[in-house]
Design a binder for this molecule. Structure first.
Ligand code: PLP
Length: 486
């Protein structure tokens, strides 16, 4: 299996060659040269597999240059009931992503698939835990090491740290805005005592942290010398690891491959739902893929109008589903590539236009950049938007009717899913976080605290390990160099 760039100008690479990297050299994103297909007989055979064995079957179609025995060992180390232990009462942790039906009405069915039972209580663990093991494996083979340098305002940084802690050949330097994260989020990251994890709280806001990551990454000599890498959401291995749970979700709620299901996905950078698109392109019988956004509705606007318009900072809102607060959707280019019949030259032109003019228009109207909006439905995509008031109402409604507590991101998903129900087609909403992570809004909605999974009760009281630094780039570089010894 070879991987090509969405901008058409980078040489094809193997899975292992793109594993540790980010963007292709032409600025595009990697995708398989063609999508592997899954037959109905295969799907039937997969129905009875454990999550780890299903992960092996899906991944081996993509990671063709990793020997089967090695890949099998990696997925069995990753997808265990021990790692995904934070299942709710009544859920079976050995299922890894347990599903349960929330509501059945007039032939429609609303199902929740829990992706948030991993160490940091959010769905990013689903892919990041595999990435940690894949990175350690690949680095050991190459006798190489990697220093991950990133910035976080919450979910991504903690998922990366919990995936990379204790891994040989890997260090993590993670910047976060000092005193700007919730007490729970800070405690989760800062209580890690592993010597390969470096938490750096920066006197500034999240944008200052991101600017520092950019400044360091733009110093190519330093980057090479210090073996600096990233784990952001465009990493191909993260996307492909997310394909697995679409298969699991489908197989969990159907008994024959004649049946279809739809998915609603709380979306920000389009990484999660992009994996759903890939599963559908592989032949998984998905009817609709519904992107649910919060007030930051870049994606909803595109799927309703064909116009993609990235937002300026002043138009990017801080909401109570903060992990979906984005100004542009970094994985969206992968879908646009398929929408444009994989025409790399046109994708290049459109995303150059994003840089210079802030967006593009595929509505087909006079003066637009194309008319591919008419093909959206063929790809199954639909969308909807949710607001703070919707989140509160949805959290209250599920608690009152079913005694079920959901987090704010999942609430955005449920709100939008209910607008896209079809009789006879189960609608699976991906649960992307547990409510304990966003307790402030749970209190606002319900007047009480979210239950915390075992082991998280007193997390704020654990000793914390961090350094506080200013936005001085030279001091930051000196700190990194001193700790890598390179
Ligand atoms: C990251 C995240 C999302 C958004 O996922 P994308 O892949 O960026 O679309 C939604 N919910 C939660 C809880 C997240 O952490």
């Amino acid at each position: 299996m070879q991987y090509i760039s969405t901008r058409g100008l980078a040489p094809a690479q193997s899975f292992s060659q793109i594993l540790l990297g980010g963007l292709a050299p032409d600025g595009g994103l990697y995708l398989p040269a063609e999508y592997p297909q899954v037959s109905s007989a295969e799907l039937d055979a997969w129905r009875s597999l454990s999550y780890a064995d299903l992960a092996f079957e899906v991944l081996k179609k993509f990671a063709t240059d990793i020997p089967d025995a090695d890949l099998k060992a990696l997925v069995h180390k990753t997808y265990t009931a021990e790692v995904y232990r934070n299942a709710r009462e009544g859920e079976d942790a050995t299922r890894i992503t347990p599903v349960h039906t929330v509501e059945e009405k007039n032939g429609t069915r609303l199902v929740l698939q829990a992706l948030s039972n991993g160490p940091t209580l959010a769905f990013k663990d689903m892919a990041m835990q595999l990435l940690g093991n894949l990175f350690e494996y690949a680095l050991a083979k190459q006798h190489a090491e990697l220093n991950i340098f990133g910035a976080t305002s919450g979910d991504t940084g903690s998922a990366a740290e919990y995936a990379m802690r204790g891994k040989k050949g890997i260090r993590v330097f993670m910047l976060s805005p000092h005193n700007k994260m919730s007490a729970f989020q800070s405690a989760q990251m800062f209580s890690l005592q592993d010597p390969n994890i470096f938490n750096i709280a920066v006197d500034g806001v999240f944008d200052d942290c991101q600017d520092m990551v950019k400044a360091v990454s733009n110093d190519l000599a330093f980057k090479q010398q210090q073996k600096i890498g990233t784990v952001n959401s465009i990493n191909w291995a993260r996307v492909v690891a997310q394909v697995i749970y679409y298969f699991r979700g489908y197989l969990s709620v159907t008994s024959s491959n004649e049946e279809k299901v739809s998915f609603t996905v709380p979306s920000g950078n389009f990484g999660n739902i992009c994996a759903g698109h890939i599963a559908r392109m592989m032949g998984l019988p998905i009817d609709k893929l519904v992107a649910a956004t919060n007030e930051n509705d870049v994606l909803d606007e595109f799927f309703r109008t064909g116009v993609y318009r990235v937002r300026k900072s002043a138009e990017t809102y801080h909401t109570t589903s903060p992990s979906m607060d984005i100004s542009k959707a970094s994985n969206f280019e992968r879908f646009v590539f398929d929408l444009l019949d994989r025409d790399g030259e046109r994708v290049r032109a459109l995303f150059q236009k994003v840089e210079t003019q802030g967006g593009f228009d595929l509505s087909g109207k006079p003066g637009s950049d194309g008319d591919e909006f008419r093909k959206i439905a063929q790809f199954g995509f639909a969308s909807g938007k949710s607001t703070h008031a919707d989140r509160l109402a949805t959290i209250r409604d599920l608690q009152a009717k079913y005694g079920l507590m959901i987090d704010t991101h999942t609430a955005d998903g449920v709100k939008v899913a209910r607008e896209h129900l079809t009789p006879g087609v189960p609608m699976i909403v991906l649960e992307t976080a547990l409510p304990a992570k966003f307790n402030e809004t749970i209190r606002e909605a319900l007047g009480r605290d979210a239950a915390r999974p075992a082991g998280f009760e007193n997390i704020e009281d654990l000793p914390q390990r961090l350094v506080v630094m200013t936005t001085d780039i030279d001091k930051m570089k000196a700190y990194i160099a001193a700790h890598t010894g390179l």
